[in-house]
Design a protein around this ligand. Structure first.
Ligand code: SAM
Length: 321
């Protein structure tokens, strides 16, 4: 089963240890949850396979090669991995099995990796990390350790499925939401919040919360949906946005910058603005549900099917004073 003993051991002498009793309760509850129990047996039936190669530096994270085991064993693994559908974040290449995920998460990583403080030896928190694809990229850049959190249990299971083949490394995903992290930690060197901001009902509170997890001078990497527009402009969708129910605030870049300033961040930089394309987000054999193309106006790909501007994402970096 998923074992957090190395997490507790590695972080036992840090500020995070005060969180352990509550965290332990949270983990126990997650493991009793119906969604988790649904996948537990499948997770436990995964074969234990040695991997001859580990390369976390390329777009598709490579773990093992197709020559490591017989075709039969690899086919059996592939069938088991497919049971964890939908695979949204990736891609991964496990023993030659190409897990072609809905998102080419590597494209986002490429847009930001040279725009952030180098991660060497840094303590990193990734809020809303999904199945942890970016956590591995962060670790590969030399982070001391990476803690991802995500309340969606299938993502947590997918992360440990991958980790089982990678082996023990200082990268963990906790079945937790941002609201479960103690405030005023004043601890992490870098905090990532990617694809989470627009799901928060109180965007400025989110910026304050993220700040409270950072040590002084620590860096925030914030990635979110934005609109073209002037200072002060914000889109608050009336209902769904690109079919998503829980999208609250899409500011213009100037507005978001002013919010970061207002919350007391310094050295605020707009690192990137990119329109989401069907190359980056699409239906695949590993994610068979609807995807970006289905959420855009069939007659005008600059609009969502609700008539709002099509998804465009910005990456900001900022530091805590
Ligand atoms: C759009 S995905 C972004 C995933 C990844 N960070 C990326 O950039 O590709 C948003 C993630 O936030 C997670 N999430 C939802 N509510 C959350 C909460 N309260 N705290 C932390 N994460 C949350 C979702 O489960 C989902 O995996």
């Amino acid at each position: 089963m998923i074992n957090f003993s190395n997490f507790y051991k590695t972080l036992g002498n840090t500020k995070l240890a005060d969180w352990f009793p509550d965290l332990d309760k949270l983990i126990q509850e997650a493991f009793m949850h119906g969604d988790f129990l649904k996948w537990k047996n499948r997770f436990e039936s995964l074969p234990k396979l040695e991997a001859s190669v580990l390369d976390l530096s390329k777009g598709a994270l490579q773990i093992g090669s197709s020559k490591d085991h017989s075709d039969e064993i690899i086919l059996d693994l592939e069938n088991k991995l497919r049971e964890f559908h939908p695979w949204r974040k990736g891609p991964y290449n496990l023993f030659g099995i190409n897990i072609d995920t809905e998102w080419r998460s590597d494209l986002k990583w490429n847009r930001l990796k040279n725009k952030i403080h180098p991660l060497t030896d840094r303590k990193v928190l990734d809020i809303g990390c999904g199945n942890g694809y970016h956590c591995w990229r962060m670790y590969d850049e030399g982070a001391k350790y990476v803690i991802g959190i995500d309340p969606y249990l299938l993502s947590v299971i997918q992360f440990y499925t991958i980790k089982n083949f990678i082996g023990e490394k200082s990268v963990w995903v906790l079945p937790a939401g941002i609201e479960d992290i103690p405030g005023n930690l004043n601890y992490f060197d870098t905090v990532f919040s990617m694809g989470v901001f627009y799901h928060r009902r109180s965007p400025l509170d989110h910026l304050y919360e993220l700040q409270s997890f950072l040590r002084n001078e620590g860096q925030l990497v914030l990635e979110t949906l934005v609109i073209d527009g002037k200072l002060g402009e914000v889109l608050v969708p009336e209902g769904r946005y690109a079919q998503m129910r829980n999208v609250w605030f899409l500011p213009s870049c100037l507005t978001l910058e002013s919010w970061l300033k207002r919350c007391g961040y310094k050295n605020i930089q707009l690192a990137d603005v990119t329109k989401t394309t069907s190359e980056e987000q699409r239906k695949t054999d590993w994610m068979k549900f609807l995807s970006l193309k289905d959420f855009l106006d069939p007659n005008d790909e600059n609009k969502t099917i609700e008539g709002y501007p099509a998804p465009m994402r910005a990456i900001f970096t900022a530091e805590k004073k």
